[in-house]
Design a binder for this molecule. Structure first.
Ligand code: SF4
Length: 252
């Protein structure tokens, strides 16, 4: 095989790892509706994606292939995907880089991979991820048109909160992803994501209902979807947060 062919195949495999599995999973493998969002306000249920939306979403993500950000992100993935800079690298199954549109205007930032994410190498694919997809759809975003990443790229054992050393070691990777993607808006999911990205020591309640700033990027804070699954009473507040977030996006 010529080296040019090898390069193309290698690049396609990386792109599949970064984007293809997600598209494949959403369009071919996933059952359209799960019940995890049934307690979310009614609007969520009305907007659960029909199969047609999934087909439409393919063209949105595919439109990013070959762009500068895609190439930079793919290159960056290759540079860091074998990272062992903190102890989480030794216990992970898969490195979880991020998923979505490399040219997204909107980024979502969570805390770290859980068991399902560690197994698949994709953020937010477990029950919390399925709820997140429905929340996005409720405010008229397709999952494929945003970019989703975490503060740490490897699963903390037992789903514990990553410790300060792990966060400090890993967060430069997220900063670099933000620099490449250049989103206009970021939604922080949960206290750890917000505290780490905003460098604030405040409660989630104190950080909600405000527009924060990271450089030029506006940042809004809401609950982590896993917290909503544990405590459905918070869904109402989350609904207010994401509507606020959508309004900011619409006003851009
Ligand atoms: S969590 Fe981050 S810093 Fe730690 S090993 Fe994984 S990629 Fe490297």
């Amino acid at each position: 095989m010529t080296s040019a062919k090898q390069k193309i195949i290698e690049s396609l495999l990386v792109q599949k790892e970064l984007y293809g599995d997600e598209l494949f999973r959403k369009t071919i493998l996933t059952e359209p509706d799960l019940n995890v969002g049934k307690d979310f306000p009614n609007k969520v249920e009305k907007k659960i994606s029909p199969s047609l939306k999934k087909i439409e979403s393919l063209s949105v993500s595919n439109s990013s292939f070959g762009t500068d950000s895609t190439e930079k992100l793919t290159q960056y993935y290759k540079e860091i995907c074998e990272c062992l800079e903190c102890p989480l690298g030794k216990t992970r199954n898969k490195f979880v880089f991020g998923v979505g549109d490399p040219n997204a205007k909107v980024m979502l930032v969570g805390e770290g991979p859980g068991a399902d994410e560690d197994e698949q190498g994709i953020p937010f694919v477990g029950r919390a991820g399925q709820l997140l997809t429905k929340i996005l759809e409720a405010i008229s975003f397709k999952r494929e048109e945003v970019y989703i990443a975490n503060i740490v790229k490897c699963r903390p054992p037992g789903n514990r909160t990553p410790n300060p050393v792990e966060i400090e070691t890993c967060i430069p990777y997220l900063h670099k992803q933000i620099e490449i993607i250049q989103p206009k808006l970021i939604l922080c999911l949960g206290t750890t994501a917000a505290v780490s990205l905003l460098k604030r020591k405040e409660s989630l309640g104190a950080m909600r209902n405000k527009v924060h700033q990271v450089g030029e990027i506006k940042v809004v804070v809401t609950y982590h979807p896993a917290a909503l699954l544990r405590n459905p009473n918070w869904k109402k507040d989350c609904w207010a947060d994401v509507q606020f977030f959508r309004k900011l996006y619409d006003e851009m």
